[in-house]
Design a protein around this ligand. Sequence first.
Ligand code: LLP
Length: 418
Amino acid sequence: MKSFIGSVDFFKGNDPEEIAKKYGTPLYVYNEDIVRDRMLRVAGVIRKYPYRANYSCKTNTNLEILKIANSVGVNADAMSEGEMRMLLRAGFSPDRIFYVPNNVSSEEMQFAIDNNIMTSLDSLDQLDRFARLCPGGRCAVRINPGVGAGHHEKVVTAGKKTKFGIAEEDIDGIFETAKKYDLKIVGINQHVGSQYMDPKPFLEAVDNLLRIAMRFNKLEFIDFGGGYGIPYHKLDDEAEYDMEAFSREFTKKLDVFVREYGCAPLFKSEPGRYCVAEGGVLLGRVHALKQNSGVKYVGTDVGMNVLVRPSMYDSWHDIEVISEGKVVERVNGRMEKVTVCGNICESGDVLCRDREMPKIKDEDLICVLDAGAYGYSMCSSYNSRPRPAEVLICSDGSVRLIRRRETYDDMFALYEGC
Ligand code: LLP
């Protein structure tokens, strides 16, 4: 693919240079149509049985993105009180929120209990804590299915090397706690990890979870977690996750289970990245070009505080170059090897190293692709740089500021009496 933003008309006819001038850079830009399309795709993964997709909102908690999810009709999962509050604020009713925390305080659990939000506990200790707060109540438990997957070891969330979930050998402990406090375990869930293009490990974990599910009576739901990958190398024509083939394999496994279990509980999944990654780009401005020991550095305002994925996981993000409002074509013979970096005081503040890019000029824009997931939601104000703004290219082509840039006054507002 020569240009993603060109091929999908990401800016819907708007000039990215004008958008960047109006709202400043760095700037997250989302395309409503793409987000809606991906959310609709995940909502239709299982069609034969009762099924719900939960948008995993840790990926992108912008209120307007949550409102889009709400209007598409997907449910949502939350990891924290903050995420529950955001979802409630966006209009999700409590019965459409699934709280999947890890190592949280009684106060945070109480917030879910008070708001009638279904909670999943991911250790025997947390289950006991919940049971003491809510004897006779209803909850779910997160199982570690023994197999994990993901683009980096830091995002593999099941298997032997992770803090998440209750291991199969500890399942008797769940029944003991449930009996002691008259708790009803109405659901089980898992999450194997994030960003896999090959669904095999996920499907293996499905087998494991379904085998474990047979030990639970009258489950109301089974949630298989998220992790569906997106093509981060789309400019090199990487194929999309094959949702249809995945859906067929997944359904076959459910067929076997439903026959043996005698009924179909509500099946769920929890994709985050798949819903929003491709619907977001990050615009940044080039402020310096220099040569250091033979390496050509392109210095931009997209620091690791704005997008941490490349420095945190060595993640690849395709980058397009926009000069005077036009995407610069990637033409053989007119490319050069550059290292694109940000403005943060760390040597790891690098978006990509030694990458063939179209020739870049000072004051050009860079457009970092697939930035809608784990972009803004993981950004920080490191080096006392204010967090960026976010705009939405709406379905009707209008451009709307959906979160303003942080100001220095916002930063000072946290101090009292100074
Ligand atoms: N459910 C649970 C319980 C999770 O922990 C996660 C992600 C998801 C669902 C959604 O996974 P997804 O469909 O987005 O892969 N910051 C990393 C990814 C961390 C994922 C953490 N858990 C990154 O930028 O790659």
